[in-house]
Design a protein around this ligand. Sequence first.
Ligand SMILES: [Zn+2]
Ligand SMILES: [Zn+2]
Length: 249
Amino acid sequence: MTLAIILSALAMTAIVALRYLAASGLFAFATTCVHPGLYARSGRQIRREIGWSLLSAAIYGIPAGVVAWAWQERGWTLIYTDWAAYPLWYLPLSLILYLLAHDTWFYWTHRWMHRPRPFRMAHAVHHASRPPTAWAAMSFHPIEAVTGAVVIPALVFVIPVHVAVLALVLAVMTVMGVINHVGWEILPRALLRSRLGKWLITASHHQRHHEQYTCNYGLYFRVWDRLCGTDQGISETLAHADPANPGAT
Ligand SMILES: [Zn+2]
Ligand SMILES: [Zn+2]
């Protein structure tokens, strides 16, 4: 049993690491095409971002591996594979519930990590990326990585989820983590300025967090930032650096 759990954790670590390298590598490559030279002076920083991210991948892999084993071998989780087990409308609802729950957890743990002691001990590692690159998506101190690694594995014991929706949640988590740090706005200006766009977190929104530190703490949605008065809009430098998105808020 112990060996099975260890093997499962190792497999999950490898998957998380490869997923990170593929997603960050893809967006880093896109950056060299769309904004050549944007990362030109970030070589040392990128090597550090990759190092911390691969360490985080190992930390993410442990609870993920335990949960994968618990699901496969013991059936303890609420992950299901039968499409008929719940009504079809529950599929999008479960996706939204997972993203909202993850966003809520992230917002409040992130705010906590900006208190002086946890910031010095852990979160400073993430903010050492100035400005961040696509490789900073998982660049966290191990303490911070633990707070991020436990949330989805805990949710699968609380909120029923189809395995395909769970895969989608993990894909959104991975891609958004990269997009938020890529250093240029990927979303079209029309979407950013739309009603929906004003509730979504994008590169320009999270960039402002890396510039100002004390605002824009969210992960996917601006709901908590708006409710708690910590939303400062999007980064002016990023908006002005991109002619496709001049000064949108
Ligand atoms: Zn960040
Ligand atoms: Zn922060």
